[in-house]
Design a protein around this ligand. Structure first.
Ligand code: PEP
Ligand code: MN
Length: 382
């Protein structure tokens, strides 16, 4: 992704902080690129910040991120430089004409962010889960409206994420963006946080007006995987990235495994392939249009089959009821799972996809049969 520099980052004294969070950044050559938020997981010392910011300057980040108050999973770890540190972090970013975003998790932190003229704040994953706290933060921030980025909650709950946005909007905050940082895994998993792409995709469908940024650092937890995920974000039409960058990641006081050096970030950005997002042109791609017509037809056929399949479930329910049989026949269900999974795999379908699909279909089949058993009262488990 060559020539990343934006036309100009206006750094005149700002009366309002609004107008910072964008869906894309205009480049001098008329093209545009995604919004780039970069900076250390935590501000540690002026020396660390100086080296990191100086390394980032040539990449023209649109916003610097720096954690000032750090929510740590375990106690007795570095918990951030706090309000005293915010003073020098603000000075050092202003000296370099860089905009600054910090995380706020409690009202006094939001007050300090306003006091020191921070440009943008974000609400972290551990705070988005708590509607009381989101309201309290919103009340402080709405006092002199700041742009706010809302990270997804740690649990995969789209409504809770959207709910946090709606709370802030109701309090009068007008410039909001979403940051997808993945969801805490329940079991050992290949990533620090599971992407569960379907959640940000659905949220984006519901709120296309909000910029959606991807945080590959917190999703992967591994600097080696960050470039791949930064590209996935482009392929999935994200509006930008939040990336953790440290001049010497292995010595970072928090999240040492997932931070890139400024040089690694430069290499990453150069290696990215921007996709065409002008969908007007697609009608000229006859092959693609033909395939889409075939997909439309197959989806229609699948819906017809699904409807027929579930009508059979209803009739099965009627017969089981007549003969006083239980709805769930565990051995039959086991057999369905096994036979369909192996048949599907032989057709090139993924086993975990097949299991998920069979479970959903089985659940709906049971719901239909419960309707037959208790036509007046049924609210089957969903
Ligand atoms: C962070 O951005 O440093 C952070 C703590 O993120 P999250 O809220 O996504 O865990
Ligand atoms: Mn971090």
């Amino acid at each position: 992704m060559a020539n990343l520099s934006p036309v100009m980052l206006s750094m005149e004294p700002e009366t309002s902080k609004l107008g910072i969070l964008r869906k894309s950044v205009q480049l001098a050559n008329g093209a545009s690129r995604p919004f780039l938020i970069a900076g250390p997981c935590s501000a540690e010392t002026p020396a660390q910040l100086e080296l990191t910011l100086n390394g980032l300057l040539p990449l023209a980040p649109d916003l610097i991120r720096a954690g000032i108050w750090k929510p740590r999973t375990r106690p007795n770890r570095f918990e951030g430089v706090g309000e005293e540190g915010l003073k020098w972090v603000r000075e050092m970013t202003l000296e370099r004409n860089l905009r600054l975003a910090v995380e706020v998790a409690q009202p006094p932190q939001a007050e300090a962010a306003l006091k020191f003229g921070v440009d943008v704040v974000w609400i972290g994953a551990r705070t988005t889960v708590n509607p009381f706290l989101v309201d309290e933060l919103g009340k402080v921030l709405a006092g002199s409206p700041l742009p706010v980025m809302v990270k997804n909650p740690i649990n995969p709950d789209l409504e809770l994420w959207l709910g946090a946005v709606e709370r802030l909007e109701a309090l009068g905050l007008r410039e909001l963006a979403l940051v997808h940082r993945g969801f805490s895994p329940f079991e050992r998993s290949p990533y620090r946080n599971m992407p569960q792409w379907e959640i940000p995709i659905e949220l984006r469908r519901r709120r296309p007006d909000l910029p959606m940024y991807c945080d590959p650092s917190h999703i992967t937890g591994d600097a080696r995987l960050v470039p791949e995920f930064a590209q996935i974000a482009l392929d999935l039409c994200y509006d930008g990235w939040m990336l953790e960058v440290h001049h010497d990641p292995s010595r970072a006081w928090s999240d040492p495994n997932q931070q890139l050096t400024p040089d690694q970030l430069a290499v990453t950005l150069n290696g990215l392939k921007l996709r065409k997002t002008d969908f007007q042109d697609l009608s000229n791609l006859e092959d693609l249009m033909q395939l889409r017509r075939e997909v439309d037809q197959l989806d229609h056929d699948l819906l017809t089959l699904l409807s027929q399949r579930l009508q059979l479930s209803h009739r099965l329910g009627e017969i089981k009821k007549e003969f006083d049989l239980p709805i769930l026949q565990p051995r039959r269900w086991e057999q369905i799972l096994n036979t369909r999974t192996s048949a599907g795999q032989a057709m090139g379908l993924d086993a975990s996809f097949l299991i998920k699909w069979l479970q959903i279909m089985h659940q709906e089949s049971i719901r239909r049969q419960l309707e037959v058993y208790r036509p007046d009262s049924v609210q089957a488990p969903k």
